[in-house]
Design a protein around this ligand. Structure first.
Ligand code: AMP
Ligand code: ZN
Length: 666
């Protein structure tokens, strides 16, 4: 394979995996299934193995996805928290076993894989001191108060030595249904599945709200411990004795051959798969662990997961329901997305009423008719997919789903660039697009104007007070005060938020402009490279392509954007309104000149995202683990195991927060 090609694919994969990590771990809103995610990761591992020259320390293959939010209070784990390798079939388990048990008897414990949120409890002198999330695997967010709402978690245990107890927090299925019903009556957004609901609950600020959710937990492993255990089943016994909720019907299998074990295992697995809907919590597979702890220690870990364990994941569930209608939504760029409206149905533990239909070709391939009985599949993603139509249940009277020829909002003729590709409404004044563009500009990831949400934007557009991004900075506040539900106070707040937004960081404003293919990360790269919108406007296609991570597609889109009269006008108007269109502190941008930083522990003067942004704005790069490529380890309070690791590598400078301040204040 062509080297350049490989590097391109590796970058694409890393970008996409990082994005999905963030959606899954931080936002608890995954958009692809575990299966699809694992496919991306497997491909990346494969390429990095084949082309080791492209291995870098910041690759997502090196770390577990992080659930740490910028403002979180964090503390280091005494021992790292890992992820698990996955297998999707019985066949995939066998090489794992063959590698593990070359000359020894097979001795495996298999237990349910709970689809919840990992948690770490730390006990000292028999008392629960704190509870943390997995975080980035090295350090987790402190969520003790919320965890204490779970009554079944022992506050005291009878052993005095420090110990980390690990397990999974989950929301029972009935609680999930109850919670969603409640949210529906309150007009709140529904949780897609119990896992997301649990993940969201754990991080709530108000423990009383958490208490009302009735979370539960189950424990199955330990991290740091002075007390030694000899086997997994001894550990499970220990949990039982200390009154931790734990697994009772796990499989403990000793076998002389793989086939003998598989006989045992398949019995257990089939049984569990048949009965999983009767459990009061969600499981998404079975975890197989080598039982003997000494043996585990000999085998060790990869950079992400134990080599002595694997998760066997169940196949995604498929159900049938009825297609009620298909809506055609218009996005910010004018792209038309068909959405199938379904008769609500329970699948993989949640109620669904929508499915994605990617484009016109998919609708044609399925030959969809309204009223059809369709087979849908859901494997962890929020929105399920339509797999096929059950033709036996089709009636002649069912009308064919027709992809519109004109925009459902503005009636402009739709344009499709090539078959199989997305259809666009190219009317830049299309009200749907205007709405989405302005919403995008105001969103948290962009300029961040609190209070300017969907409903108000809609009103402003209807009343003809805004039609372009720049209009936000010339609002007629007296008019808005006359709107329904807009008190003086909220208009005052809006005014302030808009004023503050002018000073937003350049890269966020750039992202807000909604240039096609310029996502948040690309906007950051462009902003730090060009440092001002004027410089960027002057850039040629060639110059843009030269920038790391900017491909031809993005480059062309940027060039096109700046050629359009109305965009030039928008920029001029934004500048006139005093909106920031330059990177901060241009002159010292290159203080760190690409030097690599890693942060451990809690800093006093910076939140996580602030320190990262500061380092990056000074030309430094953040990487995610200690290695010889690291230049600076910045150590805060309660640092983790990274310090000891860094001390072993002479070239790493270990600095405190005040050393860092000194470095940057020169
Ligand atoms: P993943 O979320 O794909 O990284 O899968 C690994 C996670 O599965 C672990 O971090 C645990 O939170 C979770 N898990 C659920 N049940 C178990 C179990 N029985 N043994 C080990 N891990 C489990
Ligand atoms: Zn339109």
């Amino acid at each position: 394979m062509d080297d350049l090609f490989v590097w391109g694919e590796i970058q694409e994969l890393r970008k996409s995996i990082n994005k999905h990590n963030e959606l899954y771990y931080q936002k608890a809103q995954p958009v692809i299934s575990d299966f699809e995610y694992d496919k991306l990761l497997k491909r990346l591992i494969e390429l990095e193995e084949k082309f080791p020259q492209y291995k870098t320390d910041d690759s997502p293959t090196k770390d577990v996805g992080s659930d740490l939010l910028p403002q979180s209070k964090i503390i280091s784990h005494k021992m790292r928290m890992y992820s698990l390798d996955n297998a999707y079939s019985f066949e995939e388990i066998q090489p794992f076993l063959a590698k593990l048990f070359k000359n020894t008897e097979i001795d495996i414990v298999a237990e349910q894989k709970i689809d919840g949120f990992s948690i770490n409890l730390y006990y000292e002198n028999g008392e629960l001191l704190h509870a943390t999330t997995r975080g980035d695997g090295y350090e987790g967010e402190i969520v003790t108060e919320n965890i204490l709402t779970i009554k079944s978690i022992p506050r005291k245990i009878s052993i005095k030595e420090p110990i980390e107890i690990r397990g999974e927090v989950y929301l029972p299925k009935i609680e999930f249904d109850r919670l969603n019903k409640e949210r529906e009556t309150d007009g709140k957004k529904l949780f897609a599945n119990p896992r997301n609901a649990a993940a969201g609950s754990i991080k709530l600020k108000d423990a009383e709200v958490v208490a009302a959710r009735n979370l539960q937990a189950i424990f199955y492993s330990i991290g740091f411990s002075e007390r030694k255990f000899t086997s997994e089943n001894e550990l499970l016994d220990f949990f039982e004795k200390q009154r931790f909720p734990t697994f009772k019907d796990y499989l403990h299998s000793k076998a002389d051959s793989i086939s003998e074990f598989m006989l045992d295992f398949s019995g257990y697995a089939n049984n569990l798969e048949n009965q999983k809907n009767e459990l009061d919590y969600e499981i998404d597979g079975i975890v197989l662990k080598a039982n003997n702890v000494i043996f585990q220690q000999e085998i060790g870990f990869t950079s992400k997961s134990p080599k002595w364990a694997i998760a066997y994941k169940f196949k995604a569930e498929e159900v049938e329901t009825i297609l009620l209608d298909v809506d055609f939504q218009v996005g910010r760029t004018g792209a038309i997305t068909p959405v199938a409206r379904l008769k609500p149905i329970h699948i993989s533990g949640s109620m669904v009423s929508n499915a994605t239909l990617h484009n016109e070709e998919q609708i044609e391939r399925l030959d969809l008719r309204i009223g059809d009985t369709v087979k849908i599949i859901k494997s962890g993603e929020i929105i399920p997919k339509i797999l096929a139509v059950n033709l036996a249940k089709r009636e002649d009277s069912f009308p064919k789903v027709i992809f519109p020829k004109t925009c459902p909002i503005c009636e402009t003729a739709l344009i499709k660039e090539e078959p199989g590709v997305i259809t666009y409404c190219e009317n830049l004044n299309c009200l749907a697009q205007i709405q989405r563009r302005i919403e995008h500009f105001c969103s948290r990831e962009a300029v961040d104007i609190e209070g300017l949400g969907e409903a108000l934007v809609k009103q402003l557009i209807e009343k003809k007070l805004v039609s372009k991004i720049e209009d936000i900075y010339h609002l007629d506040y007296a008019q808005i005060e006359l709107f329904e539900k807009q008190g003086k106070k909220s208009v005052e707040n809006l005014k302030n938020a808009i004023e503050i937004s002018k000073k937003q960081k350049f890269h966020k404003i750039l992202f807000g402009l909604g240039i096609r293919f310029v996502g948040a990360k690309i906007a950051k790269i462009l902003a730090s490279y060009f440092t001002s919108i004027e410089m960027m406007q002057k850039a040629t296609l060639e110059e843009l392509i030269e920038i790391e991570e900017i491909g031809e597609k993005i480059a062309q889109s940027v060039v096109n954007f700046f050629q359009e009269e109305r965009n030039i006008n928008t920029i001029k108007k934004l500048q006139e309104a005093g909106v920031n269109l330059v990177s901060e502190k241009n002159e010292i941008v290159n203080l760190f000149n690409g030097k690599k930083f890693l942060i451990t522990g809690t800093l006093i003067n910076y939140k996580r995202n602030e320190i990262k942004e500061k380092i990056e704005s000074l030309g430094g790069k953040i990487i995610s683990s200690v290695s010889k490529n690291l230049n600076y380890l910045l150590v805060g309070e309660n640092p983790g195991s990274k310090v000891a690791k860094a001390k072993k590598i002479e070239t790493i400078k270990i600095i405190s927060e005040s050393d860092f301040e000194e470095l940057t204040n020169r």
